[in-house]
Design a protein around this ligand. Structure first.
Ligand code: NAP
Length: 559
């Protein structure tokens, strides 16, 4: 069976979702007929009056046999009953899809009714909606730029999947595919749990004695958070039953998290509280970046910037250039690995340093800021990093990837480092090869490019190596790894490279020995928290220095 042109679409259930879909498809003239069925004659009449459908029906026998594609837009609990009703009326080529908020029970209903899943049965779920209901709330823009998840089954015919996807794309939606179980798991976390929280919070407060006062003074935050508590109670009752186990798992997860926060509040544990709040604040943005593989700082990707330059006779004034990137970056690393709280001033909010900062947050380090160049890091010590919950995403920062590879090679957990499309093409061979000489277990994709996979090893070994190619990044990586190794690590460079890492390690109380081109570090040392002022970036200052130097009568102070 191959499913091709869709001429007649039937939407069963002219509610918010069914009505909105019908209206959007009618506006786009997606099919020759957009028909609607509803048990309520009033809803059908309204659907016609509001120009949501071309034809309306109260009898399934009158509309099911003529449909090429049927969309079930009824509560998930009604799916079984509706499938039973339409089964004897279906023609062999009809595609059936649905919009139910849970998928495993819809699939179970289809299996029960049909025996074997028909090849034209394609479950779906629009991730769009509102707390309104009924055809009166139909909105032809409801799905624009929203995601639609299709959960095709092994039995599903690819051409039917394609037709259903095409229908949703016509409404302006983006179509994704997912396995049924994964859908229910993801939705339990991202939709079902937040709704349950909103219902429970509003109900709990409403039952308090002075509830009138509480609601009178409820401000924007409360309203934003609890808006979804106005959603349809029947629908949510059905969802809780349909996705019971996944939802219970998420409620348990959340309850454990809330209990931790409660303990932190009870014991005035500022670090724990700040940890939760700062991680949460950063997480929303971070996941978005990670999912879209976009960079941490957006400026460099803006389309066009035009500078108009006019000749000046002389340049004068005071200026402060942004903080040094390499140093900002190392300050985060060392602050995180130190014992105690480090305050960094003059931190540069650049792609690299933000990527590193987020990586340490992902490994359990509490970091406040950056705020106006200040970052406060609650160091966890050399051995205090936690396994990250997933891959570490480093945007476009190759330096973050190299230095973190070295630190992670010495941890007791496995990790995987990823970046944006550009970073995924950058070779990591020099650092990974160097780390392997210390006994690290590290691999990359073909050609030495990321992802960098790092596997836990018992311990690293100190090395005495002579670098063939000068590289401050590789040297820094080996020195950081050397802090964890057994025995001394000694590196000899062909020429001296930037020594930020050595000097900063000394600032954090680590003994680093230098002898000409050779630098050594012994393990067993701890980094001690030490406030740090990031100096201005010399490369940025260079422009002003040169401009002043070549223009007579100039007088510039660079702070
Ligand atoms: P709605 O506005 O209340 O519409 C439900 C429709 O289903 C109504 O037309 C109702 O008919 C009809 N219906 C109810 N029981 C039925 C039965 N036993 N047989 C035939 N028709 C029946 O609800 P909705 O928000 O559109 O929700 C519909 C579906 O979309 C649900 O499965 C829900 O999980 C899913 N969904 C909703 C949202 C959302 O935000 N609302 C988002 C994504 C997915 P009457 O006119 O007689 O009441």
């Amino acid at each position: 069976m191959s499913y091709h042109k869709i001429n007649r679409i039937l939407v069963i259930g002219l509610g918010l979702i069914g009505g909105s879909l019908a209206k959007a498809l009618k506006r786009k003239q997606f099919a020759t007929l957009i028909a609607g069925f509803d048990m309520s004659p009033d809803e059908v009449r309204q659907g016609l009056e509001l120009d949501v459908i071309d034809e309306g029906f109260n009898e399934l026998a009158a509309c099911v046999p003529i449909a090429d594609l049927i969309v079930l837009a009824v509560p998930v609990k009604a799916t079984h009953q509706v499938l039973e009703q339409i089964k004897p009326l279906l023609s062999s080529h009809t595609i059936i899809t649905d919009v139910g908020s849970t998928k495993a029970n819809v699939v179970a209903a289809a299996r029960d009714v049909f025996g074997a899943i028909p090849s034209g049965f394609i479950p779906g779920h629009p991730i769009a909606g509102s707390e309104k209901s009924g055809v009166i709330a139909s909105d032809d823009q409801l799905f624009v730029k929203h995601k639609i998840i299709l959960t095709p089954l092994p039995e599903s015919d690819p051409s039917a999947v394609q037709q259903v996807a095409r229908m949703w794309q016509a409404t302006g939606a983006e179509v994704l595919q997912m396995a049924v179980e994964r859908h229910d798991e993801v939705l339990a976390a991202t939709s079902h749990l937040p709704h349950i929280l909103a219902f429970s919070l509003v109900d709990t407060l409403a039952r308090e004695q002075d509830s009138t006062e509480i609601f009178r003074y409820a401000a924007g935050g409360f309203r934003d958070f609890t808006r979804i508590a106005a959603s349809d109670p029947t629908m949510w009752h059905d969802i809780c039953i349909a996705n019971k186990q996944q939802l219970l798992n998420q409620i348990d997860n959340f309850t454990a998290g809330l209990a931790e926060l409660r303990t932190a509040i009870e014991h005035t544990d500022s670090q724990a509280m700040t940890g939760v709040f700062t991680r949460a604040k950063a997480a929303r943005e971070h996941f978005n970046r990670m999912l879209t593989r976009s960079a941490y700082s957006l400026n460099r990707h803006q389309d066009h910037v035009t500078f108009r330059v006019r000749k000046a006779m002389a340049i004068q004034g005071n200026t402060r250039v942004p903080g040094d990137k390499s140093i900002s970056h190392r300050a985060v690393i060392m602050g995180a690995l130190a014992e105690g709280v480090t305050l960094i001033r003059g931190f540069l909010e650049s792609e690299d340093s933000l990527a590193t900062l987020q990586a340490f947050r992902d490994m359990g380090v509490v970091i406040e800021g950056p705020h106006q160049g200040q970052v406060k890091i609650y160091g966890v010590g050399l051995h205090g990093l936690c396994p990250p919950p997933g891959d570490l995403y480093l945007g476009s920062s190759d330096i973050s990837m190299r230095l973190l590879s070295a630190i992670l090679a010495a941890q007791e957990f496995d990790s995987r480092l990823l970046g944006d499309d550009l970073l995924m093409t950058k070779p990591m061979v020099r650092i990974t090869q160097a780390l392997r000489t210390m006994g690290a277990q590290v691999d990359t994709a073909d050609g030495g490019v990321p992802p960098v996979n790092i596997y836990a090893v018992e311990s690293l070994q100190g090395i005495d190596c002579t670098m063939q190619v000068p590289s401050a990044q590789v040297k820094s990586g080996l020195l950081l790894a050397g802090l964890y190794a057994q025995g001394k690590t000694t590196i000899t460079e062909p020429v001296m490279t930037r020594d930020h890492t050595e000097r900063m390690l000394q600032h954090f109380g680590v003994d680093v020995q230098r002898n000409g081109l050779t630098v050594s570090i012994t393990p067993g040392q701890t980094l001690k928290a030490a406030d740090f002022n990031v100096p201005g970036d010399m490369s940025c200052a260079a422009f002003f220095i040169v401009a002043a130097a070549i223009s007579p009568n100039s007088d510039v102070v660079i702070e």
